[in-house]
Design a protein around this ligand. Structure first.
Ligand SMILES: Cc1cc2nc3c(=O)[nH]c(=O)nc-3n(C[C@H](O)[C@H](O)[C@H](O)COP(=O)(O)OP(=O)(O)OC[C@H]3O[C@@H](n4cnc5c(N)ncnc54)[C@H](O)[C@@H]3O)c2cc1C
Length: 372
């Protein structure tokens, strides 16, 4: 079976049947993550030399999109994992890379802070050299898979060198790492997003990923293309899943007094669905073009990377809003699944870089003003 057949089976048998309950209880979808690990999907981006699938961003995007059609919380957990893996594959120890390739290790990014909020590229938390390595202190506002992941790519100010940031690998079992539990959010309720804080957390010198002060280049050069595209995959999965539910509802529900379905008798609803379909297809075309721009090293690749997350997020907001309108009172029912996707869609535009930050970045880029 290839990566899509494997994912498809897990989505059909495990992710989809448990998605509604995961949303209701806000419990981390451990069974789904374990199944994805055992099938090798968590090692999809790990190179073959450490036992991974050795696949690329295109295949990762296909997997995330498929999972998001059923459970956006699970899709976001895997998105953050692949974003972390992009760094670990370049700078991590071989043993850790093998664990990830074998599907036995889940990772994530712990970047956004209380101090610099969504401006993740300028952490306020500190790193201090000592005899045993480094002491890290910081307050992270929201970390996907907090307390559930096996490791966290932690950001801080540089310890000794110039630069905006330094990245670290922090193990789950570090006694000074505290997860503040109790996330009861609007959407992505099951992805265990929580604040994480630490004071003088001892990490060994080898925990540093890349150079001291080199975090910014890794964040923008290595992670941003992966996170941006995969966040768009989540939004695209949400968009098409909701659109197809809305079309199914409008095509199956009838107005008995005129002997016709909602779609058959109400041109306004057809026009709303048509607008949603056009928006979805436009976002999907940009999404495919972005992956192609990255794969072919096109000069506009970075512009596309910034555009695609904002475009797909905003499309998901718009299409889920239209679906709520088209499906009327039925859309409020949990069993119709439209309101869950409506809530889940709302996370992506405020996940950093937020849509508004991206609009500012893109505006600067096209006006030839330095972005940072
Ligand atoms: C479900 C969920 C999961 C998350 N998971 C992770 C994770 O795994 N790792 C992680 O590091 N973080 C994570 N985050 C945090 C996320 O990436 C953002 O940092 C956070 O949502 C931003 O919230 P804030 O209140 O700090 O926003 P603020 O920074 O206070 O922004 C408030 C508003 O101002 C706007 N704004 C800010 N700066 C500008 C600007 N320059 N120009 C125009 N508008 C601007 C923003 O777009 C936003 O609308 C997660 C968040 C959520 C909701």
């Amino acid at each position: 079976m290839n990566h899509l057949e494997k994912t498809s089976a897990i989505v059909r048998n495990i992710v989809l049947p448990s998605a509604r309950k995961a949303d209701k209880t806000a419990i981390f979808p451990r069974t789904s993550i374990t199944a994805l690990g055992e099938a090798g999907i968590l090692g999809l981006m790990s190179s073959k030399e450490v036992g991974g699938m050795g696949l690329d961003l295109k295949e990762a995007a296909e997997v995330i999109e498929l999972i998001a059609t059923a459970c956006p919380s699970t899709a976001m957990i895997v998105t953050m994992h692949f974003s972390a893996v992009a760094i670990i594959e370049k700078f991590g120890a071989v043993d850790l890379r093998k664990q990830i390739a074998a599907g036995k290790h889940l990772s994530t990014l712990a970047w956004s802070e209380q101090g610099s909020r969504s401006h993740f590229w300028v952490p306020i938390g500190t790193a201090q050299r000592n005899q045993a390595g480094y002491l890290l202190s910081g307050k992270k506002t929201m970390v996907t898979s907090a307390g559930e992941a096996d490791s966290y790519i932690w950001s801080s100010r540089p310890a000794e060198k110039e630069g905006a940031s330094t990245l670290w690998l922090v193990e789950k079992n570090n006694p000074a790492l505290n997860t503040i539990k109790g996330y009861d959010g609007l959407g992505l309720r099951a992805n265990a997003s929580s604040p994480m804080v630490t004071e003088n957390m001892q990490v060994p010198a080898q925990a540093m990923l890349g150079d001291d002060g080199g975090g910014f280049d890794i964040m923008i050069g290595v992670v941003l293309p992966v996170f941006s595209v995969l966040s768009a995959s989540c939004s695209i999965g949400i968009t098409y899943s909701t659109l197809s539910s809305a079309i199914a509802h409008a095509s199956a529900s009838s107005l008995e007094h005129v002997n016709a379905t909602l779609a058959g008798s109400l041109p306004t609803l057809r026009a709303y669905l048509s607008r949603a379909q056009i928006k979805a297809d436009m976002a999907k075309a940009l999404y495919h073009d972005t992956i192609s721009a990255i794969q072919n090293n096109r000069p506009d690749a970075m512009l596309r990377v910034m555009e695609v997350k904002a475009a797909a997020s905003e499309t998901a907001l718009e299409v889920t809003d239209i679906a709520m309108r088209v499906c009327g009172g039925a859309a409020f029912r949990k069993d119709v699944d439209i309101e869950r996707f409506f809530r889940d869609a709302r996370a992506s535009h405020i996940m950093a870089p937020t849509s508004d930050v991206l609009y500012d970045f893109i505006g600067k880029a096209i006006c030839n003003i330095p972005v940072f």
